[in-house]
Ligand binder design. Structure first.
Ligand code: SF4
Ligand code: SF4
Length: 437
């Protein structure tokens, strides 16, 4: 909710800007605050898509229609081009559709390059020997690193959102892909200080490093960090040399063993069983609980929510929000795990495709399924995914941990009235409301 003490808008993109510093109430050009905010929303959505497109292009996949849309979207936010709030809602929906295309493209790129993921147990401890931690989302960088470290005695560990990489046949074939460390992105300063290994950050969600590990950290691709060596291309010799110069890690078990790699094919192979369990009342409801995590206190909601769920419910999860819940032992319902990790944030397309397939099985639309989405957002990929879900007509999404700050009362009203979007509240009350609907 936007309070009176907050800015109505902020735009400083042209020389007419108020007082030479920024238009904050209404544009000198006449742009209304809601239009300015919807322009910001569109730019944030396109930024999210750009991350997925980047990784697809790394693997040789592009989509000219998506590229053309991005030009149009940027141009619409240019000074004195488009003052129409309704049109910016339409553009946001179109951006959501384009993001669905983009996520499909990236998934295709991943599967055609590394195979379709399969359920895989992942250690969270260390192996004896030198190590490299790879953080980020890019499978291309991880694949190249694994190829170049094979036979060197160096173990490669993934951090956070790279956990789903362990499920891809083309990556899990490397025996020195040794495990996954940490949880969501914001634990990295503590984690990277703890392990005396080389670190490679190849995509978003890297943090400005502490002095103590700056000299053993490297960036790659779009990432850059102050005082950290950047590697252009995919030759990781400096990372490998650094890893060899550092002390070896000891063999230590982790606290948990994680399971990842539930692909669309794996879930759809169970569709008849799932249908039977739903029709006989053994599965009452599905929840998709996940998204981009943040260190806000309110984000504790997601763990509490899952802990409070009755035992006849299934939880699908993805993105780094999964680390709030993926240590919980939820058991299974007649062999179907109650907690299913579908992958990274870009694997939201897998969740969408599974929902579409289940809707077919049950003979209705996604909104008729016993399924509720409980999403967390942090940055612009999550914004793109939210608009993708709205573009697909999915209603009744619960969003948190806070209302997006660029949304004002007018925009929130549209989202609530047209899409039944809800902001998370009390987990117990929300569960009660969902299950009694
Ligand atoms: S485009 Fe309009 S709102 Fe933005 S700075 Fe220029 S006058 Fe102000
Ligand atoms: S899921 Fe979102 S917040 Fe988490 S690491 Fe990926 S991009 Fe960052």
């Amino acid at each position: 909710m936007i309070g009176k003490e907050k800015l109505d808008m902020f735009c400083y993109q042209c020389s007419q800007t108020a007082r030479g510093t920024g238009c904050t109430v209404k544009g000198v050009c006449g742009k209304e605050a809601t239009v300015a905010r919807l322009q910001d929303n569109l730019l944030l959505t396109v930024k999210g898509m750009a991350a997925y497109l980047y990784h697809a292009r790394e693997l040789g996949y592009t989509d000219t229609e998506v590229n053309a849309f991005i030009e149009r979207a940027f141009y619409a936010t240019f000074t004195n081009v488009n003052f129409d709030a309704e049109d910016f809602i339409k553009l946001a929906i179109e951006a959501g559709e384009m993001n669905v295309r983009t996520m499909r493209l990236l998934k295709k790129a991943h599967i055609e390059t590394y195979g379709e993921p399969e359920p895989t147990e992942v250690r969270t401890g260390t192996r004896k020997g030198h190590g490299i931690i790879a953080t980020g989302h890019g499978l291309k960088a991880l694949g190249a690193l694994l190829e170049q470290t094979e036979g060197t005695g160096i173990n490669v560990y993934t951090h956070s959102e790279l956990l789903p990489a362990h499920g891809y046949p083309g990556l899990k074939k490397y025996k020195h892909l040794a495990g996954n460390f940490g949880q969501a992105w914001f634990d990295q300063k503590q984690l990277f200080s703890k392990y005396p290994v080389a670190i490679l950050g190849s995509s978003n969600c890297v943090l400005i490093p502490r002095e103590e590990y700056k000299d053993r950290m490297f960036t790659n691709g779009p990432t850059r960090l102050p005082g950290v060596q950047h590697i252009s291309g995919y030759d990781y010799t400096p990372v490998i040399e650094k890893a060899k110069s550092l002390p070896e890690l000891d063999e230590e078990p982790g606290e948990v063993v994680l399971t990842t790699g539930f692909s669309k094919s794996v879930i759809l192979s169970l569709k008849d069983k799932i249908k039977h369990l739903v029709e006989t009342g053994k599965i009452r409801h599905f929840f998709l609980v996940g998204g981009c995590d943040s260190p806000l206190k309110k984000a504790q909601y997601y763990r509490e929510f899952v802990q409070l769920l009755p035992k006849d419910t299934i939880v699908l999860t993805l993105a780094c929000g999964k680390f709030r819940i993926n240590d919980l032992d939820l058991g299974d319902i007649e062999g179907i795990p109650r907690l299913i990790d579908l992958g990274q944030c870009n694997d939201s397309i897998v969740a969408i495709e599974i929902a579409e397939a289940l809707a077919d099985v049950f003979g209705g639309g996604i909104n008729e399924l016993p399924l509720t989405l409980i999403l967390s957002w942090m940055e612009q990929k999550a914004v793109a995914i939210l608009w993708s879900l709205l573009a697909l007509g999915i209603k009744g999404i619960y969003l948190g941990p806070i209302t997006p700050a660029w949304v004002n009362d007018d925009i929130l009203k549209v989202l609530k009235e047209k899409y039944d979007l809800k902001i998370i509240g009390d987990p117990k009350e929300d569960i009660k409301q969902i299950l009694s609907a």
